[in-house]
Write a protein that binds this ligand. Structure first.
Ligand SMILES: Cc1ncc(COP(=O)(O)O)c(C=O)c1O
Length: 442
């Protein structure tokens, strides 16, 4: 028996799918064969509205001409250049353009291939920075419960999603976690940033008291956490975290892998919240999700601390074969052109009110426990089925898929983060469809 993409059951066995229920998927596959602007085409010919920009990455939508053309051209011109001890012009051009977009002194850009690699890179930079300044005792890393910083050992260790950690032993040593900011009763159904919970940042003071600040290298948080179910920073929280870091010489790392490139209606969440971190991780929408690429932004002071000793010496023993590769750089440059030409880095701000009203129109449904939103992000938290967490949300995912809408679910929360080219008619369709589905859920 073959499915409608011409793959037999046998053909589907070799591929071990990431973050997927493999057996369930393979018994009833959902295969995508094309994409254009706001829609995917499925193997049975149906159209699926992309409610999650791929995986929070295709911010300009799909099949964008500039990007397609740039890839074709680059492949014929320079397919690869060695990443170490050699360079090519587009790396420098891209880093300069990115540095101009980022606020403050975050003027140095290190290229990686994913969000996970960006997080590993930032954590290593933080520890090595302190050592380069003669503070090699600062090795401790602080993350946050419910944080997601990718799946490699460092990111997993500072991350706070239990399912992502429990199978993998003792993880990286010397890590502690702040409490998360989710589930504060008074914050339910907040429109935009919630009012309550700023004081949770003071957990960092407790960590300083427990471990002594002189042992702490860095704190890493997502300004807005997506993967654990759209968790917003309470008003004042990020500012307070920044202040405590400054008081104790601790570096602040913002993981902007999902918030980078226009998601909140500003180029980065750093602009939106007006807080400048010492290191910022990005990936995903940097290339519109088309070619794997990530980037870490570092403050000048961090780069400068490494630039010492004989100038023939490698300053930072870290990097990837594909750091800043020509195909990724060309794709990223064409992506930035597209964002600029179409005003996409600020478009979420224009649509934010409409989006917010549409999201909160679901608040009256009995199964909706909370609605959270900011920029073009929404989280709709459902009451879980007693004894069967995640089941209700997955059922909503399947029904939305059948109805022509792609959503993402995490736990019992539905997350939406559409391409920034979305139109009001798409927003109406997405939330109208969800309303019907949630109303009819068991
Ligand atoms: C905040 C954050 N950091 C890191 C990552 C990991 O990125 P990647 O899957 O590209 O390794 C993600 C992915 O969703 C993310 O949301």
């Amino acid at each position: 028996m073959s499915n409608n993409a011409g793959l037999s059951e046998h053909d589907m066995q070799a591929y071990w799918m990431p973050f997927t229920a493999n057996r369930q998927f393979k018994s009833n596959p959902r295969l995508v064969v094309g994409a254009d602007r706001m829609h995917f085409t499925l193997s049975d010919g149906r159209q699926l509205l992309d409610g999650i920009a791929g995986l929070w990455c295709c911010n300009a939508g799909h099949n964008r001409p500039r990007i397609v053309e740039a890839i074709q051209k680059q492949a014929a011109e320079l397919d690869y250049a060695p990443a170490f001890q050699m360079g090519h012009p587009k790396q420098f051009e891209l880093a300069s353009r990115l540095a101009k977009m980022m606020p403050g002194n975050l003027n140095k850009v290190f290229f990686t291939n994913s969000g996970s690699e960006s997080c590993e890179t930032a954590l290593k930079m933080a520890i090595a920075y302190h050592r380069a300044r003669g503070e090699g005792h600062r090795t401790r890393l602080i993350g946050r419960e419910k944080g997601y910083h990718g799946v490699n050992f460092g990111g997993m260790s500072v991350g706070g999603m239990p399912a992502n950690r429990k199978m993998f032993g003792n993880l990286v040593a010397g890590v502690d976690h702040l409490r998360h900011t989710h589930g504060i009763e008074e914050n339910r159904f907040s429109k935009g940033q919630p009012q309550h919970g700023e004081e949770l940042a003071d957990d960092l003071i407790r960590m300083c008291e427990l471990h002594d600040p002189s042992t702490i290298a860095a704190v890493i948080v997502e300004p807005l956490a997506g993967s654990a179910g759209v968790i917003l920073p309470p008003k004042g929280y990020l500012q307070r975290l920044r202040k405590i870091c400054d008081q104790h010489g601790i570096l602040l790392i913002f993981d902007e892998v999902i918030t980078g490139f226009g998601r909140l209606g500003t180029p980065f969440a750093s602009n939106y919240f007006d807080v400048e971190a010492d290191l910022v991780t990005t990936a995903k929408a940097l290339t519109n999700g088309v070619i794997p690429m990530g980037a870490v932004f570092a403050q000048d002071k961090i780069y400068d601390a490494f630039m010492q000793g004989p100038d023939n010496m490698v300053e930072f023993f870290h990097g990837y074969t594909f750091s800043g590769n020509p195909m990724a750089c060309a794709t990223a440059l064409a992506t930035l052109d597209t964002y600029e030409e179409e005003g996409l880095l600020t478009r979420a701000a224009e649509l934010a009110d409409y989006w917010q009203d549409a999201a909160h129109s679901l608040a009256d449904l009995p199964l909706v426990k909370d609605v959270r939103n900011l920029g073009l992000i929404a989280g709709i938290e459902l009451e879980p089925i007693a004894g069967a967490p995640t089941k209700r949300a997955f059922s909503a995912f399947m029904q939305a898929y059948e109805a022509g809408l792609l959503i993402r679910t995490t736990g019992d929360t539905i997350a939406l983060s559409p391409p920034l080219i979305i139109e009001k008619s798409h927003i109406d369709f997405a939330f109208g469809t969800l309303r019907k589905i949630i109303q009819a859920l068991d």
